[in-house]
Design a protein around this ligand. Structure first.
Ligand code: SAH
Ligand code: SF4
Length: 436
């Protein structure tokens, strides 16, 4: 990009509270940095710095631990910690310390000069978000309530599998806009999308707790990631895709894209973009084979009905017998659990490389459904197996700590709900208590 001094001069957009040092070399810098800084090419400006330096509050230090590689390099350049021509190399060094070794401090980064480490520590942090609560279930499931900011709390769950392996169920949003009638998160309004850094932080917090740094090559406890926590990942695809880039990077956390599954309730227009941008495995929350019933269980079906959804799935990039789509099917007593439903499911799957996950419904306080009887679930699974579909019944995990699928709800929301239920002192109890 070539900047010309002939252009008409615009008033430089200089924030008066930006502490600028007189000999700041940003004023003489190359166009790349100017593009990053959002400022026009400098003209001669005289700034009265006496006031601004005294009154300016220090800008909050940037956290490097959730940036993509290119963001990391750009942040180092913008903070003048490295020369632009050295930024990639330096970012690569930092990357290994942050994502392979899990460091939260610059001091132990021995291949970086002491002065550079000091400069980094002056401008940046590598801190984790606060873990507000940690619960461990009798079956080894772990759940963390993580505070990303005031009122922004998400739950992340580690579900151990056979052997040492295990999956981390991460959240992509706080709350959800889609009100699936069997889902606890669906009762909570969307608070906001999580950033890529906040998604990656969930993995880092889990790795800290599992003491799994540096990233082991094999025999990992945290072997898989599933986007099956709070929220609809395809309504936050930009951040989900960046988070996957960070998590899957081979010189860092290095969880391969084939071990990362993104679950969606069926946001059909984003399916191709998901496949192309992330190469992640796809899971579809199907739960019903008829539009009439799915409209009720997953209201998004009214927008993208089953036939459109199935067409979108068939077109998912990279789908093959080795990379099958998973259909999730929650077993609801008397709603979707008859042998006829199982046969309809087999028919619907025809020609699609698929696995089916039967999820026993996890009840939550106030839910209107019951879990199907065990016999009904087994009979359902037997029909799928006879048709050639591996259909594991997902054993409910972490029930004692409400950590199972669809039971996640942020603590802030639980407190708001419980405050609504609890009458304030000296206030008469409402006749019909508000739902939770
Ligand atoms: N929004 C995405 C991902 C989060 S939900 C989606 O809907 O796919 C993750 C999975 O948990 C989905 O398959 C969802 O249907 C399922 N689920 C939600 N509530 C549940 C409950 N109470 N019992 C069992 N599974 C549930
Ligand atoms: Fe949202 Fe998924 Fe829950 Fe539906 S099942 S309300 S899409 S989190």
């Amino acid at each position: 990009m070539k900047h010309s001094f002939e252009r008409p001069r615009r008033e430089p957009r200089v924030a008066t509270n930006w502490p600028i040092r007189r000999r700041d070399w940003r004023w003489r810098l190359n166009p790349y940095i100017w593009a990053l800084s959002g400022l026009d090419r400098p003209v001669t400006v005289t700034l009265d710095l006496s006031r601004t330096q005294a009154s300016a509050a220090p800008a909050p230090a940037i956290n490097l631990s959730g940036l993509t590689r290119s963001e990391l390099a750009a942040a180092l350049i913008a903070a003048e910690v490295v020369r632009p021509d050295k930024a990639r190399m330096r970012a690569g060094q930092l990357w290994r310390w942050i994502h392979h070794y899990g460091l939260t401090d610059f001091e132990p980064m021995t291949d970086i000069a002491k002065e550079t480490r000091a400069a980094l520590a002056e401008r940046f942090v590598l801190t984790r978000p606060e873990v507000v609560e940690r619960q461990v279930s009798r079956d080894g499931t772990r759940k963390w309530l993580i505070r990303m900011g005031p009122g922004i709390e998400v739950e992340t769950v580690y579900i151990p599998d056979v052997g040492r392996a295990g999956a981390l169920c991460v959240s992509s949003q706080v709350g959800c806009t889609l009100n699936c009638t069997f889902c606890h998160t669906g009762t909570q309004a969307l608070v906001r999308n999580l950033t890529a850094a906040e998604i990656v932080a969930q993995v880092q917090v889990a790795r800290d707790d599992l003491e799994e740094w540096p990233s082991p090559k094999e025999d990992r406890r945290l072997s898989n990631i599933v986007f099956m926590g709070m929220g609809e990942p395809l309504y936050n695809l930009d951040h989900v895709a960046s988070a996957i880039d960070i998590i899957a990077d081979g010189e860092g956390i290095a969880i391969s894209r084939r071990r990362i599954t993104v679950s969606t309730s069926g946001v059909v227009p984003e399916l191709t973009a998901l496949g192309e941008r992330t190469q992640a495995m796809l899971a579809i929350s199907l739960h019903a084979t008829r539009d009439e019933l799915r409209d009720d269980l997953v209201p998004l079906n009214r927008k993208y009905p089953i036939a459109e959804l199935m067409a979108g799935v068939r077109a998912y990039p990279g789908l093959s017998n080795a990379r099958r789509v998973t259909f999730e099917y929650v077993m609801l007593k008397g709603v979707n659990d008859t042998p006829a439903d199982a046969l309809a499911l087999v028919k619907l799957m025809k020609g699609v490389p698929a696995k089916i996950n039967l999820i026993p419904f996890n009840p939550w306080p106030g839910s209107i459904y019951e879990c199907s009887d065990w016999g009904a679930i087994e009979a359902f699974a037997a029909i799928l197996n006879r048709a050639g579909y591996a259909s594991p019944i997902r054993t409910p995990r972490g029930r004692d700590i409400l950590a199972a699928c669809g039971q996640l709800k942020s603590e802030s929301e639980k407190q708001r709900a419980s405050a609504r239920r609890k009458p304030a002192p000296e206030t008469p109890a409402p006749e019909t208590p508000a739902a939770g």
